[in-house]
Structure formats: C-alpha cells, structure tokens
Design a protein around this ligand. Structure first.
Ligand SMILES: [Zn+2]
Length: 351
C-alpha cells in the first residue's frame, strides 16, 4: 500500500506522457476523487479507441452549467495534453481551500478532454519521423494514398471555405464533409446535444502564444466580439503576470491566418458565448517540440489565463453574490440616497 501511494505521488506533470499513461492517469483521478470526478466516454476514434473526458464538479443536486476544455486535437502539440492534466490537478487541489473555486465547482461542471486526437497522438510517439504528425489517422478518399484529416478544419463552421486544402495529403485537409471524422463528430454530438449548459468553450493548441477569438473567416465577426476581446485581453494580462510572457489576442485572420471549420468557431455558432483557442508556448524556437523544462511555466501561466476566462463566464451567470450585496446596500441607504443614485444613473445613461 505504501509502495502504491509512492508510485501514485510520482506522476510527473512536468513530463510528456504517452497515451497509455494518460489513460491510467484519468482512471487514477476518478479513484482519488470519486465524489467529484467521473470519466465520460463520448465517442470512438477512427482506430476504435474510446474518446473520454473527465467530468469534474461538486454534486449539489441542482442543474449545473458547464465549462468545456479539450486538448490534443492536433497530435504533435504535446504541451496541450500536458496542460489539460495540469489544469485538472490544479482545480482538484484548489477547491478544498479556495472559496471561489469551491463556488465554481458547485455551479459548473468542468468537461476536460486531455487528448481528443488519440490516434494521432499515439502516432507521434511511434518514432522521430512521425513526431510532427498533426491530423487524425483516417485514410483519405479512394483516389488519394495519404492519411489524415485536420480535425480543426472538419467542424461545421463555414466548412471548407478558407485556410484549407482539398489535397488529402495536406496538413489542412478538411475531410469530405463537415464532421466526417469520428473525433469531430463526437465533440459535435456531445456538446451540440447539451449546448445550452456550456458557458465557455476552450480548445488548447500550440504554438504561437495567442488567444484566438471567433471567427476564423475574415468576412464574419462574432456578435459579442468586443466582449470576447475584452475577456481575451484580460486573460493575456493574467498570463503575462505569471512569467512575463506575451500572448497576442485577436481573431485568427487578424493575428494568425484565416481558417474555417474550427471547433472554436463551431462552438460560437452553436451559441456558446465565450469560445477561445489558446496557442501555448513558444514562438517558434522549439515549436511543437517544447522542452520539458518549459512545461511547468507554460502550464502555470496558461492556467491563470484560462481561469480568468472561466471566472468571467461563471460570474456573468452566477452573480448572486454581487446582486445580494447590492440589494443589502440599497436597503440600508436612506430615501435621499435612493433619489441621488437614481438621478446619477439618469445622467450616466444620457451621457
Ligand atoms: Zn493546433
């Protein structure tokens, strides 16, 4: 038993792990926190692996809202699954001592998929020649000998219009139709069938140090673009405060390149108000092969950025504490103060 505990304590969040170890880690999270964590299987990859997420939250008996986070939709971006695991550990460590996290765990469930593109991720672990594989592992159409669809071009969001190549050997091949790929279809069906509960959709990539807001198509702007930019900039500031790293915020065509069929855009088009892509470290020095000694600082800063967005999303919906404080204040103020505040608001609205 002592040996077992020692082994368990040794899970190293600051190393990259192969898929088998991440799957065991997910099972261990459920064993360690059976009242808070469950595994939900919500689809199968092309090679028939179960796509699983960790559902994390306190059971209150009430209907809850939700936060979505997925990592590893692109196989070679190894820092992303490392971040999802770090994120899970952090929220599970924090909620017992931090009142804000406890409040959020009561109001929302976190749905975290550590590795969405499992087949591709496993392929990148095979050998050095496959390390930079990006797509999933489904075979191309009959007339094409290449494998793989870019899952982040395969969602039903202006599918196949910009930032894609219909050459199936290309890294941005969007598939034969929207959600043609089982991995994209799994997210589409799972999130789409309960889209009203999701306050926030975060999809984690690397690299480039960016926080991207919808949309990837240059002709379309999200109806709450100003809000997305404000929250995104707040997240970038939170990131910067941790280790001084600069993250750029914007719509993809403005700060990276135009694209279509991304899960971020799809989520926003489904009505999920706060949808963001994180592109983690670095800026290209190591690119997808981010050294393991950067896992910890990258996760620390990204956690802070993600938490900024999640807290905003939570507080916007569950502002009970703020509202109650305002009512209390109002009730203890004199009628003269009420008149003053009323006039003051009128002046504000007119200006
Ligand atoms: Zn990516």
């Amino acid at each position: 038993m002592i040996l077992f505990l020692c082994n368990r304590a040794q899970y190293d969040y600051y190393k990259y792990h192969p898929m088998s170890e991440i799957t065991s880690w997910m099972e261990q999270m459920v064993k360690d926190h059976p009242d808070v964590v469950t595994v939900v299987k919500y689809g199968k990859t092309y090679e028939s692996r179960d796509i699983s997420l960790l559902k994390i939250g306190l059971n209150t008996g009430k209907e809850k809202k939700a936060i979505w986070m997925d990592c590893g939709i692109h196989a070679r971006e190894w820092i992303a699954p490392a971040f999802c695991q770090y994120f899970v550990r952090e929220i599970l460590q924090t909620y017992k001592t931090d009142a804000k996290m406890e409040e959020m765990m009561k109001n929302v469930d976190f749905y975290v998929t550590p590795v969405l593109n499992m087949d591709g991720y496993i392929y990148t672990w095979e050998n050095e020649t496959t390390r930079l594989w990006r797509k999933n592992r489904s075979p191309g159409p009959e007339d094409c000998a290449c494998y793989g669809t870019d899952l982040n071009r395969n969602f039903d969001a202006n599918w196949g219009t910009v930032g894609v190549s219909f050459n199936c050997c290309s890294n941005t091949y969007p598939g034969t139709k929207p959600a043609s790929e089982p991995e994209a279809k799994a997210v589409t069906e799972f999130v789409g069938s309960r889209k009203d509960i999701f306050l926030c959709f975060l999809t984690i990539h690397s690299y480039g140090q960016l926080i991207l807001v919808p949309y990837g198509h240059p002709n379309y702007t999200a109806p709450n673009y100003d809000e997305l930019m404000m929250v995104g900039k707040g997240a970038a500031e939170a990131v910067w405060k941790v280790h001084g790293m600069n993250y750029t915020v914007g719509a993809s065509p403005d700060v990276l390149y135009a694209n279509s069929g991304s899960s971020r855009d799809w989520a926003r088009m489904q009505g999920i108000p706060l949808s963001f892509t994180f592109e983690l470290r670095d800026n290209g020095t190591y690119g997808f092969k981010l050294p393991e000694d950067q896992i910890q600082p990258t996760c620390e800063e990204a956690y802070s950025g993600a938490l900024h967005i999640i807290t905003y999303a939570h507080d916007k919906t569950f502002s009970g504490a703020v509202a109650n404080a305002a009512v209390t204040l109002w009730s203890i103020l004199s009628p003269t103060s009420h008149t003053f505040i009323f006039v003051w608001f009128q002046v504000l609205w007119l200006s």
